[in-house]
Write a protein that binds this ligand. Structure first.
Ligand SMILES: [Zn+2]
Length: 157
């Protein structure tokens, strides 16, 4: 029987390109294609949220032609990282309010928050497609630490 090792929370990430562990946040980048564009009607910026946000190893695993914006993973962690993350949605009390597109999809940005700031989420998300995970997660109002750890242990990986 294989024993399951649960990663210490918020210390290891998994590359969205090669799927190997990221042992040091300084070796990784958070990247996305910036969908913000000038609005032709009034010239203001038309904000949308990225359709996908990836966490990848710097170098071989990132694709700056496809994902034109990036930030070092190490800079996206902790309290300062949370402030950086929040700038996807709000740029402070004196900035012009962000004008979002009508069909805004917040899921990729919210999942980034979970990946970077919710203990055990990053390792558990690797098992979200399993039959067991679908049964556990279906209808669950909150993802608790114990649920996420249970998914990691239940997977045997
Ligand atoms: Zn990689």
């Amino acid at each position: 029987m294989t024993s399951v090792v649960i990663d210490p929370p918020l210390t290891r990430w998994y590359c969205d390109s090669c799927h190997e562990p990221i042992e040091d946040p300084q070796w990784a980048t958070v990247c996305w294609a910036d969908p913000t564009s000038p609005d032709s009607a009034d010239g203001h910026l038309q904000h949308d949220l990225p359709a996908a946000i990836l966490v990848v190893h710097k170098g071989n695993c990132d694709d700056p032609r496809r994902y034109t914006s990036n930030q070092g993973l190490d800079l996206m962690l902790g309290a300062e990282g949370m402030q950086w993350w929040a700038s996807f949605l709000w740029r402070g009390p004196v900035a012009e309010p962000m004008k979002f597109t009508a069909d805004i999809d917040v899921a990729p940005v919210v999942e980034l928050f979970y990946r970077l700031h919710v203990p055990y989420y990053e390792q558990a998300r690797r098992h979200f497609n399993s039959t067991e995970a679908v049964q556990v997660l279906d209808g669950l109002p909150v993802l608790t630490e114990s649920t996420l750890k249970g998914l990691i242990k239940g997977s045997g990986r």
